[in-house]
Ligand binder design. Structure first.
Ligand code: ADP
Ligand code: MG
Ligand code: MG
Length: 883
């Protein structure tokens, strides 16, 4: 059994170890040593030892044989001896799991010092002050970290000594002061009924046990829970010989990024201190120098450092975050890992690294995270603002992240006010939003709701437009009548016109205005996303877009077409609504409604040109377009064709009421009850396409795909598909123009997914051709109906479900692979069995979710479709899924 992996000095590991076995820190150290970068020699006890320790509560005896052997080798390499008076070798003990994880044991330095070796150390370095400084640090760390003696107990002694000697800083202490401090620290052990182990191996053993024990500390367990970290074996434990940055003016220590993590610029970014130990750089006692100064102070070490960094970047093919120490002019690397970076930096670095030949576009692509893309697309709070106390102290409530980005504005409580006060910069605050509110939502800088989940109307619309949105913020009481917003817990109240900020990426609501910075689209962004498109050979990204401007935005952001166009959204335009209402209630003015649609389609076809435009026929229940009974007055009754008969109008509105509208008269059911719905729309679509072609015969190539919603049976699809074909062919014949188009269906009622082979096989009896060209999985409704969860009401319990582990993910955000996903897969397979030209796509909110996209790619879908602002994230995800 191999319990440890050696690194550094004469131990050159032969092959790359498994991160799961040696942890992130261990991997960095072994890899550095393997490629010839100097690290202080040491060894990594594997995560398997951690498992053994968890199981037995002890460390295996044979392991000590291996440790002693490794220590012997290190002693030879360093020409020092562990526990020996003559130049003692000291170790650090460092935890490190495969995923970086605060909450586990802190590092203990200078292991091996005791009352005897400290004197040897003083003699060997000819620096008594240094030796006792190291010893008191060990006593403090060992007591605190390993034995759980509060750090304050040591701090008190330190303060006492400062008072007694009249010294202000640790650095003012003399060797004798520090020697005295060590004696004081030993008393602290006694006071806590503990003994400081003098034997170096006892020290080492206690540290190792503490590291492995900390894996299951409350802190660590909590951290893993919150961050959903599962499947790790445990933590590894790194034992490494100490090197000293505090031996005088030719020593030092620092941390650095190989490139600027803020901008991505290819220059070292970091800080270091001459004559200091690691913690001093971050402790803030002395102000560190920028890393560039090191070239002047320690030129040889600096040269080596630059070489190391280059070597590491080439080896790991990524930007590096490193820690280092210079001991008496000699450079040692203590840690390396991939560096965290902003979105802007991520794209910049990806392009640079490919140009520099460090990695391939595919490798660079894998380093980009969805968040990097999101950061580029939306205004955000500046980095300084986010980390400031002003921000944190002013967060009054936290809701769900409905749409990423930052927004500041004056609170308004109605869409009408939002439109009226648009120029002042407003935030629309509502309990929830409905299709009638879109005007006000568009006018607002951002949207805040107290109810509804991440697929509620407010969130879906906000994401579609790239507007920041915090939804389901249940901590707030919003009174739309009294025009107040109250924080339930504290009673703090905001009025209309008060300025607040929302952080749509975190769900935070902040009581004051926070400074924002605008997005900057640079060349690197589009370069990287083009790589993604090139790799994603199978699954392409389309957009959900309902209007000309939306379609233009979608094309700009790289959509390969429109996967879902819900034209009825345009019915809410103020000049159209009365016309639409009159048609719904009285069946009058269908021509006018068709005119609106034809105009909209015209704009969309023009924006997309030869790219496919998938148009879903009218889906929502018609009463969504009707006024509330309370709004009815004589003028309205006149406008809508009732000759001022208020009661007549009210009666008609009430007769359309449904108890359960989402399962009521909508989708193709509506079109079966009122066949003119389908004919009108099919004609409008083909006419619009013909208009575009006639206007620019040489270039225009509109390609409509007409999609039937809410199909649950073969007969439903059959009847709708034939009606569409008949209307379309009639227009083509009358206008003598050959418009290409396709017919398909949404798969969103579970029954449709179960009989997909039959739906896909439907044939036109007249020409014997199959009628169904495509399936588009409407995974919002499919999830809703498969799970029996209303997505507009899920906010009330999904939170608890996730907290209690009953649901792992919000099923409206990431597809439920086991259930809903199974239907998607089965439907795809069965559909293709009977129809080999069937194209498959998905158009629910899941089409923009990277995790779901990876699933859809595995199922073999041809397209995912999502709101325009999510197209770039989806392009990245389809590219990554294909690698
Ligand atoms: P963290 O995971 O918190 O970064 P580390 O294990 O990297 O903890 O240790 C913290 C600091 O301790 C390092 O940045 C370094 O300054 C110092 N350190 C750790 N091991 C050694 C060593 N062998 N020699 C010198 N300094 C060390
Ligand atoms: Mg570190
Ligand atoms: Mg639907």
């Amino acid at each position: 059994e191999k319990y440890l992996v050696p690194f550094g000095g004469s131990a050159i590991p032969q092959e790359k170890p498994d991160r799961q076995i040696v942890g992130g820190k261990g991997l960095g150290l072994t890899e550095m040593s393997r490629i010839g970068v100097d690290v202080p020699p040491g060894f990594t006890l594997t995560t398997q030892v951690c498992q053994l320790f968890q199981a037995t509560g002890d460390l295996p005896d044979e392991m000590w044989v291996q440790i002693k052997e490794a220590v012997g080798r290190i002693e030879t390499d360093m020409n020092k001896k562990f526990g020996c008076y003559d130049f003692p070798l000291l170790f650090s003990c460092r935890s490190g799991a495969a995923i970086s994880m605060p909450g586990m044991m802190d590092t203990v330095l200078d292991i091996g010092l005791n009352s005897n070796t400290v004197k040897g150390m003083a003699k060997a370095t000819n620096n008594k002050r240094f030796a006792y400084d190291a010893f008191r640090r060990l006593l403090d760390m060992f007591g605190d970290v390993v034995l759980g003696i509060p750090h304050e107990a040591f701090e008190q002694r330190l303060e006492k000594l400062k008072n007694e000697t009249g010294k202000k800083d640790d650095t003012d202490f003399t060797a004798e002061d520090l020697e005295r401090l060590c004696d004081e620290y030993k008393k602290v052990f006694g006071e806590h009924n503990q003994v400081f182990p003098e034997d170096p191996y006892d020290q080492l053993k206690a540290c190792i046990k503490a590291v492995f024990g900390s894996w299951n500390s409350e802190r660590a367990i909590k951290y893993r829970e919150i961050n959903q970290i599962t499947g790790l074996f445990g933590t590894a434990c790194n034992i490494q010989s100490m090197v000293y940055g505090n031996l005088g003016p030719t020593s030092g220590t620092g941390v650095a990024f190989s490139r600027d993590p803020g901008t991505g610029k290819a220059e070292l970014k970091g800080e270091y201190l001459i004559n200091a130990q690691g913690e001093d750089v971050v402790a803030g006692i002395r102000t560190p120098e920028p890393i560039s100064r090191m070239e002047h102070d320690l030129p040889e070490a600096y040269k080596q450092f630059v070489q190391n960094i280059e070597r590491l970047e080439r080896h790991f093919k990524d930007m590096q975050d490193v820690e280092f120490t210079v001991e008496d002019g000699r450079l040692w690397m203590l840690q390396c890992r991939s560096g965290k970076r902003t979105g802007q930096a991520a794209f910049h670095i990806a392009v640079d690294m490919v140009e520099e030949g460090i990695c391939t576009p595919q490798e660079a692509l894998l380093r980009i995270e969805p968040d990097h893309v999101r950061q580029i697309l939306h205004p955000t709070f500046s980095k300084e603002a986010l980390s400031s106390a002003t921000y944190k102290d002013n967060v009054v409530a936290v809701g769900l992240s409905g749409g990423p980005g930052a927004a500041v504005g004056k609170i308004v409580f109605s869409p009408q006010t939002a439109e009226a006060r648009k120029d002042e910069g407003v935030l629309l605050v509502r309990n929830n939003t409905s299709p009638e509110d879109v005007g006000g939502m568009w006018a607002a800088n951002g949207i805040l709701t107290s109810r509804g989940g991440v697929t509620s109307h407010a969130a879906v619309v906000a994401r579609g437009w790239g507007k920041p949105c915090v939804c389901g913020c249940e901590a707030l009481e919003i009174d739309e009548e009294a025009l107040t917003m109250t924080v339930k817990k504290t009673g703090e109240t905001f009025k209309e016109g008060d300025t607040i900020s929302i952080n749509g990426s975190t769900g935070e609501v902040i009581r004051i205005a926070i400074e924002t910075s605008e997005p900057s689209f640079e060349g690197a962004f589009s370069t990287v996303l083009k790589w993604a498109d090139d790799v994603a050979d199978k699954c392409k990204v389309m957009a959900n877009a309902d209007s000309g401007p939306d379609a233009t935005k979608a094309a700009e952001l790289g959509a390969k077409g429109i996967g879902l166009c819900r034209t009825e959204h345009m019915f809410f335009a103020p000049e159209r609504l009365p016309v639409v209402r009159r048609w719904i209630l009285r069946g009058e003015g269908l021509d006018q409604v068709q005119g609106f649609q034809r105009q909209d389609f015209n704009e969309i076809f023009t924006a997309m040109n030869d790219k496919p435009v998938t148009i879903r026929l009218l889906d929502p229940p018609l009463h969504e377009f009707l006024p509330r009974v309370q709004q009815v007055d004589a003028t309205m009754a006149t406008d809508l064709g009732y000759g001022g008969n208020v009661n007549g109008l009210i009666n008609d509105i009430e007769s359309m009421h449904e108890e359960n509208p989402m399962l009521g008269l909508r989708g193709c059911r509506l079109a079966i009850v009122r066949p003119e719905v389908t004919t009108m729309q099919a004609e409008a679509i083909i006419n619009a396409a013909a208009d575009v072609m006639e206007k620019d015969p040489a270039n225009a190539k509109p390609f409509p795909r007409i999609m039937v919603p809410l199909v649950g049976s073969v007969a439903e699809f059959n009847c709708q598909a034939l009606a569409i074909k008949k209307a379309a062919e009639k227009i083509k014949a009358t206008r003598k123009i050959n418009v290409s188009y396709e017919i398909g269906t949404m798969i969103e009622v579970p029954r449709a997914a179960l009989i997909s082979d039959q739906i896909a096989a439907v044939v036109d009896p007249d020409d014997g051709k199959q009628l169904c060209d495509f399936f588009s999985f409407g995974t919002n409704d499919l999830t809703q109906m498969t799970m029996g969860i209303s997505r507009d009401d899920a906010g009330a319990f999904l939170h608890s479900y996730e907290e209690k582990g009953i649901l792992e993910d919000d099923p409206f955000k990431s597809i439920d692979e086991e259930g809903v996903g199974w239907l998607v897969r089965r439907s795809s397979v069965e559909g293709r069995k009977t129809n080999d030209h069937l194209s498959l796509s998905v158009c629910g909110e899941h089409g923009g979710d990277p995790k779901s996209i990876a699933f859809f790619d595995r199922v073999g879908l041809d397209y995912v479709s999502c709101s325009p602002f999510r197209v770039p994230v989806a392009r990245l995800a389809t590219g990554q899924a294909a690698i």
